[in-house]
Design a protein around this ligand. Structure first.
Ligand SMILES: Nc1nc2c(c(=O)[nH]1)N[C@H]1C(S)=C(S)[C@@H](COP(=O)(O)O)O[C@H]1N2
Ligand SMILES: [Mo]
Length: 158
């Protein structure tokens, strides 16, 4: 009886981990789960890691993730909107910031991705289920593993 009860608890906590909370100063906070993730446009990026191995990551655009939450009013970043940034938080408390202009298609063609697969396989537990990939960075320090929250804020609140 005890074994059955414990395995039930484990399944619930695993299911809860496989989500990313999208919030902060947005119109429609929501939660990315597997179903929501698969419904977004799937993109690929090839990155050579510190292990000198080429990784073919697949996932969704960080910009799409935050626009779904109503993070960007209209289509044009200007004025105080330029102080908007995305705070990415991991399960271990690691945090990084991406400025909105680094992902707004009006400013850049670069795609920063929230990925769930590497070479067609789900990410290993120490990396996933979701990881940020910032292909343009020289070092992968902002490629946050085990992402749990994505929040949008503005540095200029006035
Ligand atoms: N959650 C989390 N993500 C993280 C880190 C971390 O400490 N915690 N370290 C970062 C740093 S400093 C590096 S260099 C890369 C390492 O990723 P790699 O194993 O793919 O080279 O992960 C980044 N992502
Ligand atoms: Mo690092």
């Amino acid at each position: 009886m005890i074994t059955i009860a414990l395995s039930g608890i484990c399944k619930i906590s695993q299911a809860q981990e496989a989500t990313v909370r999208v919030g902060g100063e947005v119109v429609k906070p929501y939660v990315v789960d597997q179903q929501m993730f698969s419904a977004m446009k799937q993109l690929h990026v090839k990155v050579t890691g510190r292990d000198s191995v080429q990784h073919d990551y697949s996932g969704v655009s960080l910009y799409e993730v935050i626009t779904k939450a109503g993070a960007v009013a209209g289509n044009k970043l200007s004025g105080k909107e330029l102080t908007k940034y995305v705070l990415i938080t991991a399960a271990d408390g690691y945090k990084v910031v991406i400025a909105m202009a680094e992902i707004d298609p009006g400013f850049t063609d670069q795609h920063i991705l929230l990925v769930n697969q590497d070479n067609g396989e789900n990410l290993a537990a120490n990396y996933g289920p979701y990881r940020l990939i910032v292909p343009g960075d020289k070092r992968p320090a902002r490629s946050v593993m085990r992402v749990v929250a994505i929040e949008v804020f503005a540095a200029d609140k006035k």
